[in-house]
Ligand binder design. Structure first.
Ligand code: ADP
Ligand code: MG
Length: 705
């Protein structure tokens, strides 16, 4: 690449600027703008180089106005011919008329008058991107826009022009896209080649572009193909550092000593014999995997993935019984009281004859009882404790916590898990989740854990038929409920409640309950929501479990874990408001026994697209397939609690589409750690620095700094 130096003084090149320099020394920035950049995490020149354009204007994807197609996304380039405000029914409207060689386009901004008004002048060259609509004439509503200088007009220059993301603050400080573009260009001219932390052999094996070229290409693209290669290299890096973190963690955790438990003992055999069902092949396989960890002398760090109803609970109990025989204690932590209570009941029932000492500890445990439990945990009289977050309070201490089970682990943060772990000496960890995730995601989100999968439904499970209902078919749902309940079965009706604080949602559930009592006379109907006291919730659930309630109207508090094999009907109100995975989990509340079930999704909004999305559930009962569809439609954020994302710093990377890159990055990272476990060798010095810079807060257990 030829470098053009703009002479500061005749005959001398400008002073170079280095990646580690503070960003304020970049020409065109200075202290005030540096502050605005610091606010979005840009402190050094290197940080600025990693501030990538959000899109590129390429003359090839610009369309003449006369060829725009209504309803499609497009980018046009033209000259501002007129601008002004007018009043309309919707308040003040700012309007811009733009012309290119082929025609006229109107752009409108509703209610946005103030900030947009001063942006444009007649005669400006602008690029506009948005959806093409027709209202009296061709128009775009609230398009993305970019004011272009003559020299960065892609048509004139034949270049690909980067467009930077902006914030109001950046714009206020004069750092709009156009300015950033100029700042970047002059920076690139003064910047000596950036060192590449990756070795030459790794780059050539992976067909990866050098870092210096890739970074420059991002800000000053040569052509589509080269830009794609640059993007590929930088994506690889993002996944690589994440996988390096995973490899280091896994190594560090795997190297930790763990209680060595060799014998199975009679307790587990007794519980096993008392089960009134056969374990599935998958359950037996997973138990074997867990036992191998117990025997290894190293700490177990295992994720158990199993679709709803695949029987994770009994696996955890049998593992706990092995630990109990070795005089170790087990803690089972669940995200809600209802779930903890249910586990407690199940564990008690399964182990009644074998005689395992266990207790339940939640926020609703009365103080006296709590005190008693804490005493027994400390003395070792209790082999097993089941509970909620109440387990991680400071005054809960164990005689010897050797095994912890985290149910629905995505509902907990890393810190909460860590807190429970600290109550023992490297206790074995089994995290369980009913959100089956595709493999590329699993190795990203859980790349530091071993993974076990329960991929077999217990035998004799009735089939569940799923149907989408329109609002005028709700009568069918009631008829079905009546029919099923007359045969002694039970039904759930679920209302969406996204935030506990949303009053409207709570109201909908309550009035649904009132209406239903009138519509289904003779049936015993109960109501449950998260606002009720623990005792009320518990007694309602108990009544439903015991079959003394026919229909349970509830918010999503029953989402996880509830296990009532006699329930055959699941009606979900406003199904359009749920994610597919969540609906699949709700549906998993029925079909848990031998009885066939019916899942009715009442769609009250969203149109055809939503129906198509819900149709996935009609067609599939495979949790992996459904999670995959959800992931493609809504992204990983919806699939996991947001809390877990602390370590995910992907700017370019995409967990859904980058499968091959993720796999090759993982391979390279794990091979590197295998050869150089603490990244101590000289050739990895720079890599180590970058890792520490990116993942400073995630390096507990890992000794690289
Ligand atoms: P999940 O994996 O969703 O947590 P559970 O552990 O709650 O599932 O199990 C669902 C139901 O299936 C429970 O009633 C449990 O007792 C029962 N169950 C577990 N394993 C088997 C099996 N192998 N055969 C029959 N029923 C089983
Ligand atoms: Mg469960």
């Amino acid at each position: 690449m030829t470098r053009q130096y703009l002479p500061d003084m005749p005959g001398s090149a400008p002073a170079p600027i280095y990646p580690t320099d503070a960003v304020q020394y970049v020409k065109g920035i200075g202290p005030v703008r540096a502050e605005a950049l610091a606010a979005i995490g840009i402190d050094t020149v290197l940080d600025l180089l990693y501030y990538f354009p959000r899109k590129y204007l390429d003359r090839r994807n610009i369309q003449p106005i006369s060829e725009l197609i209504i309803g499609e996304q497009a980018t046009v380039l033209g000259k501002v011919m007129g601008l002004g405000e007018r009043k309309s029914r919707r308040g003040r409207v700012f309007q811009l008329t733009v012309q290119d060689d082929s025609g006229l386009l109107t752009c409108v901004w509703f209610r946005g008058g103030e900030w947009i008004k001063d942006k444009f002048q007649v005669g400006d060259q602008v690029a506009l991107s948005g959806q093409v609509e027709f209202y009296r004439r061709l128009q775009m509503v609230h398009p993305d826009f970019d004011i272009l200088e003559e020299e960065d007009n892609p048509i004139n220059t034949g270049k690909i022009v980067p467009v930077y993301p902006g914030t109001a603050d950046l714009r206020a400080k004069g750092l709009e896209s156009r300015r950033l573009r100029r700042i970047m260009q002059s920076l690139l001219e003064r910047l000596p080649p950036v060192d590449d932390p990756q070795s030459e052999p790794l780059l050539s094996a992976g067909g990866l572009m050098g870092l210096d070229q890739a970074l420059r290409e991002m800000h000053s693209p040569t052509d589509d193909e080269t830009l794609a290669t640059a993007t590929h290299r930088l994506k690889f890096d993002e996944h690589f550092y994440l996988q390096l973190l995973m490899a280091l963690r896994r190594r560090a955790l795997g190297a930790l000593p763990g209680r060595k438990i060799v014998d199975r003992g009679p307790l587990v055999k007794q519980i096993y014999r008392d089960l009134d069902f056969e374990l599935t092949g998958a359950q037996i396989r997973v138990l074997r995997e867990i036992r191998a960890d117990f025997q290894s002398g190293h700490m177990m760090n295992r994720l158990l993935q199993g679709d709803v109803g695949s029987g994770k609970t009994v696996v955890a109990l049998l593992a706990a019984a092995i630990v109990a025989h070795a005089h170790g204690q087990t803690a089972v932590m669940a995200p809600t009281e209802i779930l903890a209570e249910q586990h407690y009941r199940a564990f008690t029932a399964f182990s009644r004859k074998a005689g395992l000492s266990l207790a339940l500890l939640t926020g609703s445990t009365p103080p006296d009882r709590r005190k008693e439990i804490l005493g027994q945990l400390k003395s070792g009289d209790l082999a097993l404790i089941i509970g909620t977050h109440a387990l991680i309070q400071d005054d809960v201490t164990f005689k010897d916590l050797a095994f912890m089970v985290i149910d629905e682990q995505h509902r907990f943060g890393v810190l909460q898990r860590g807190k429970l772990m600290e109550k023992g000496v490297y206790p074995h960890v089994l995290a369980m989740t009913a959100t089956p995730i595709p493999r590329t995601l699993a190795i990203t989100y859980h790349g530091d854990m071993d993974i076990s999968i329960l991929d077999e439904r217990p035998a004799n499970r009735g089939a569940v038929i799923t149907t989408i209902l329109s609002p005028d078919q709700v009568g069918d749902a009631r008829a079905l409920i009546r029919r099923e309940c007359r045969q002694g079965h039970q039904a759930f009706i679920i209302y969406p409640l996204i935030e506990e604080s949303e009053k409207g949602d709570l109201q909908a559930a309550k009035s649904g309950f009132t209406a239903l009592k009138k519509q289904l006379p003779g049936l015993r109907i109960a109501y449950l929501d998260g606002k009720m006291s623990g005792a009320d919730k518990d007694s309602t659930m108990q009544l439903f479990s015991a079959g003394e309630v026919d229909v349970l109207v509830s918010t999503t508090v029953v989402e996880v874990g509830i296990d009532v094999p006699n329930a055959t009907v699941m009606v979900v109100e406003n199904a359009e408001r749920f994610g597919l995975t969540q609906l699949h989990q709700l549906r998993g509340r029925i079909g848990r026994g031998a009885l066939p079930g019916h899942c009715l999704l009442v769609q009250r909004g969203g149109g055809d697209e939503t129906t198509a999305r819900l149709q996935t559930l009609v067609e599939s009962t495979d949790g992996f397939e459904i999670a995959d569809a959800d992931l493609k439609l809504r992204g990983p954020g919806q699939l996991f609690g947001s809390r877990q994302h602390g370590f995910e710093r992907l700017k370019l990377g995409n967990l859904v589409t980058d499968g091959p890159i993720i796999r090759s990055a993982r391979k390279a990272a794990f091979a590197m750690v295998q050869k150089d476990p603490d990244l101590r060798s000289g050739e990895h010095r720079l890599l180590r620095q970058v890792l520490i810079h990116r993942y400073q807060d995630q390096l507990d257990f890992v000794k690289v700094n």
